[in-house]
Ligand binder design. Structure first.
Ligand SMILES: *[C@@H]1O[C@H](CO)[C@@H](O)[C@H](O)[C@H]1NC(C)=O
Ligand SMILES: *[C@@H]1O[C@H](CO)[C@@H](O)[C@H](O)[C@H]1NC(C)=O
Ligand SMILES: *[C@@H]1O[C@H](CO)[C@@H](O)[C@H](O)[C@H]1NC(C)=O
Ligand SMILES: *[C@@H]1O[C@H](CO)[C@@H](O)[C@H](O)[C@H]1NC(C)=O
Ligand SMILES: *[C@@H]1O[C@H](CO)[C@@H](O)[C@H](O)[C@H]1NC(C)=O
Ligand SMILES: *[C@@H]1O[C@H](CO)[C@@H](O)[C@H](O)[C@H]1NC(C)=O
Ligand SMILES: *[C@@H]1O[C@H](CO)[C@@H](O)[C@H](O)[C@H]1NC(C)=O
Length: 552
C-alpha cells in the first residue's frame, strides 16, 4: 500500500470513535474450558432484508430463522462495497476499500495480505477455510475489468446478459449449486472429524456462491451471470403470491448513474410482470437453497455437541437487486444491493436479540480478533461487534458501543461514477464522483423504504451535515481522482500488452453484440478518453428498440 492523503483522514476519524476494546490488555489464548469456536458462512448476493423483516412470508428459511431465534440479528448491516472482491477485501482486512485500493473485482488485496484468519492462526488457533474467498487481486473475467476501466468513456453498451429465470428439469433435485454443497460437505466432515476431536478452539470459514445468479450459457462464454436457476424443490419454499413487483421510476426520472447501470445490465428493454415475478421468486428459492446449506452446518455442530461453544456467523458480501430499480445484480447503494444479512449465535449472546446499530462488514475483522484474543490494530476501519452482541438491551441504538453509521463505496463496472454511501439514522446519503458533476441522492428509509424519492433538494441541512460527515471519513474527491488515474493507466498497459490484437480482443468482450454495430466509433471514443478529450455521450446502438418500453 502506498501512502495517500485520505488515509490520514480515515485514521483520524477512527480515533474519534475509538472504542475501549482496542485498549484492552492482550488476553491469553483461551483454553478448552472457556473456548469459543467460530464458524463463519459467507454467502454471495444474499439480500439482507430477508433476515430483518419481522415476519418473512416470502420464503421459508428455517435454518436462518433458527439462528435468529437462538442468537442475534443485525437489522442494519451493510457491505462496504456492493461487489464481490472489494467487499471481501474489506471483511478480511478490516479496512475500507479505498484504504487498500480495492477498486474492482480485479484489483483488491495482494496475495499475501494478512487477513484476520492469518492473525488468528498465528495466535495458535486451528483455522480452516473452504469455498469461495475472492478477496485477492487478479481474478474475474477480462470483460469485467475492461468494463470497470472504461466506465468513464461516454458510450452505452450492454455488457451483462439479460436477466432471466430458469427451472431445473429434475423435479426432485436438491443440490443445484453443486460446488457449494461439495464445500459444505467438506466443512461438515471437517467439523465432525477434526473440530470435534480437537482440544484447541477453531475458526472455520465457508464461502458460498449461492444465491448469486448463474452464467447464461446460451449467451456464450463471454457473458456474465444473469440466470436465476433453481428447482421445484426450492421453489415450493417461496410464497409466490407474496412476491412483489417493484415500482420503477420512469426513465426520465432515473438518476443518470442508475440509467447507465440499468442499460449496461440490459434491463432497459421491456419485461413482463411474469418475467419479473419469476426472477424474484427464483432468486428467493436460491436463498432457500443457501439456507439448506446452513442447515447442514448447524446440524454438524449440534451432533458433535459443538453448537454451545461456537459462535456461528452468517453474512454475505452484498445483496441482489432482483429487478428492483430496473436492475439485477448489485453495484448499487440501494437496499437490495447494499444491505447484507448478519446473524450471530453463540455463548453469551441473548437468544432473539435484535440489534439496531448500523454496522458493516469491516467490523467482522476486529470482531474475529477480539474473539481470538488477538490485539486489534489501532488504525483499522472497523469496530468490534462484541460490545453490541453482549449488551443486555434489545433493539436500542447504543452509539457508545459502536458508532452508528456505515460507509459503502463502489468503483467497478456497471456504474459510471465512483459512488459513496453514508448510512446514518434513517437517512441514506449517496455522493458521486467529485461531488459536483453528478447530483447526490438522499433517501429517508423510514418513509420511503423503496428509495424512489430522492429528497436531497428538500433537506439541504441533512445533505450538508451528511456530506460533511462523509468527507470526515473519506476524502472522496481524491479517491475518485485516484480511481480515474488507475483506470486509465491500467487500461493503457492492458491495451499495450495486447499489441496488434487489441482491436480483435476488445470487440469480442461481453459487449460484442452492441460493439459490432459501430466498432470504429467505440474504439475512437476510448482513444479520446485516453487523451483526456471530453466528449458527449454517444447514442446507444439500439435506441429504437428501447423507445416503446413501458414499466410493468
Ligand atoms: C483454563 O481456564 C480456566 C478459566 O479461566 C482456568 O481456571 C484454568 O486454570 C485454565 N486452564 C489452563 C490449563 O490454563
Ligand atoms: C438484451 O436483451 C434483448 C432483449 O431485450 C436481447 O435481444 C439481447 O440479446 C440482449 N443482449 C444482451 C447482450 O444480453
Ligand atoms: C434428480 O435429483 C435427485 C436428487 O438430487 C437425484 O438423486 C437424481 O439422480 C436426479 N435425477 C436425474 C435424472 O438427474
Ligand atoms: C481423535 O484424537 C485422538 C487423539 O489424538 C485419536 O486417537 C483419535 O483417532 C481421533 N479420532 C478421530 C475420529 O479422528
Ligand atoms: C453516466 O451515464 C448516464 C447515462 O448515459 C449519463 O447520462 C451520465 O451523464 C453519465 N455520467 C457520468 C458521470 O459520466
Ligand atoms: C487475438 O484475440 C482473439 C480474440 O480474443 C483470440 O481468439 C486470439 O487468440 C488472439 N490472438 C493472439 C495472437 O493473441
Ligand atoms: C490526462 O490527465 C491526467 C491527469 O491530469 C494526466 O496525468 C495524463 O498525463 C493526461 N494524459 C494525456 C494523454 O494528456
Amino acid at each position: 500500500m502506498s501512502s495517500a492523503p485520505w488515509r490520514v483522514v480515515a485514521f483520524l476519524s477512527s480515533l474519534v470513535f475509538l472504542p475501549a476494546v482496542h485498549m484492552n490488555p492482550i488476553p491469553p489464548i483461551r483454553n478448552s474450558s472457556v473456548r469459543c469456536n467460530v464458524v463463519m458462512v459467507m454467502s454471495d448476493a444474499f439480500d439482507g432484508r430477508l433476515t430483518t423483516a419481522p415476519g418473512n412470508y416470502l420464503v421459508d428459511l428455517p435454518n436462518l430463522n433458527f439462528l435468529k431465534q437462538h442468537g442475534a440479528v443485525f437489522l442494519n448491516a451493510y457491505t462496504n462495497s456492493p461487489i464481490c472482491c472489494p467487499s471481501r477485501a474489506a471483511m478480511w482486512s478490516g479496512f475500507f476499500p479505498h484504504l487498500t485500493e480495492s477498486w474492482n473485482n480485479y484489483k483488491c488485496l495482494d496475495p499475501d495480505y494478512p487477513t484476520w484468519m492469518d492473525l488468528v492462526k498465528r495466535r495458535g488457533y486451528v483455522t480452516q477455510k473452504f469455498g469461495k474467498q475472492d478477496y485477492r487481486s487478479g481474478s474475474h473475467s477480462l470483460s469485467n475489468r475492461v468494463e470497470a476501466w472504461t466506465r468513464d468513456v461516454p458510450f452505452l453498451l450492454r455488457q451483462e446478459g439479460r436477466p432471466k429465470a430458469s427451472l431445473s428439469a429434475n423435479k426432485t433435485q436438491v443440490r443445484i449449486m453443486q460446488e457449494d454443497w461439495k464445500n459444505a460437505d467438506l466443512a461438515t466432515s471437517w467439523i465432525r472429524k477434526q473440530a470435534a476431536n480437537s482440544s484447541q478452539p477453531f475458526f472455520l470459514y465457508l464461502g458460498l456462491n449461492l444465491p448469486h445468479p448463474y452464467p447464461s450459457v446460451d449467451m456464450g462464454e463471454n457473458f456474465g451471470s444473469s440466470t436465476f436457476l433453481t428447482s421445484p424443490y426450492w421453489l415450493q419454499k417461496v410464497s409466490y403470491k407474496d412476491v412483489t413487483i417493484p415500482k420503477w421510476l420512469p426513465f426520465q426520472a432515473m438518476h443518470p448513474v442508475d440509467y447507465y447501470s440499468s442499460y449496461t445490465k440490459n434491463c432497459t428493454g421491456s419485461f413482463t410482470r411474469q418475467e419479473i415475478r419469476d426472477i424474484r421468486a427464483y432468486y428467493y428459492a436460491m436463498c432457500a437453497e443457501t439456507d439448506g446449506i446452513m442447515g447442514q452446518i448447524i446440524s454438524a455442530l449440534m451432533d458433535t455437541g459443538l453448537l454451545d461453544t461456537t459462535c456461528v456467523f452468517f453474512t454475505s458480501d452484498h445483496g441482489e437487486l432482483a429487478m428492483e430499480h430496473r436492475q439485477f445484480y448489485k453495484m448499487s447503494m440501494y437496499e437490495g444491493s447494499s444491505h447484507v444479512p448478519l446473524l450471530v449465535m453463540g455463548p453469551n449472546i441473548q437468544p432473539g436479540k435484535r440489534i439496531s446499530n448500523i454496522v458493516s462488514l469491516v467490523d467482522l475483522y476486529p470482531t474475529m480478533l477480539e474473539l481470538a484474543g488477538v490485539p486489534t490494530p489501532l488504525h483499522i476501519s472497523g469496530y468490534s461487534l462484541l460490545p453490541l452482541l453482549h449488551a443486555r438491551s434489545n433493539n436500542d441504538i447504543i452509539p457508545e458501543l459502536h458508532p452508528n453509521w456505515a460507509l459503502s463505496q463502489f468503483h467497478g463496472s456497471d456504474a459510471n461514477a465512483s459512488t459513496y454511501m453514508l448510512r446514518e439514522n434513517d437517512w441514506k446519503y449517496i455522493a458521486y464522483s467529485d461531488g459536483d458533476s453528478v447530483p447526490p441522492q438522499l433517501f429517508d428509509l423510514l418513509k420511503d423504504p423503496e428509495e424512489l424519492n430522492n429528497v436531497a433538494a428538500q433537506f439541504p441541512e441533512v445533505v450538508r451535515s451528511m456530506e460533511k460527515k462523509l468527507r470526515s471519513i473519506v476524502n472522496y474527491k481524491e479517491v475518485s481522482a485516484a480511481v480515474h488515474q488507475y483506470n486509465k493507466q491500467s487500461f493503457t498497459s492492458w491495451k499495450e500488452s495486447e499489441g496488434t490484437n487489441y482491436t480483435n480482443v476488445i470487440s469480442n468482450l461481453r459487449w460484442h453484440l452492441d460493439w459490432s454495430q459501430r466498432p470504429k466509433a467505440y474504439e475512437m471514443a476510448i482513444d479520446r478518453w485516453l487523451k483526456n478529450e471530453t466528449g458527449s455521450m454517444m447514442e446507444p446502438p439500439t435506441r429504437s428498440s428501447n423507445a416503446d418500453v413501458k414499466p410493468p
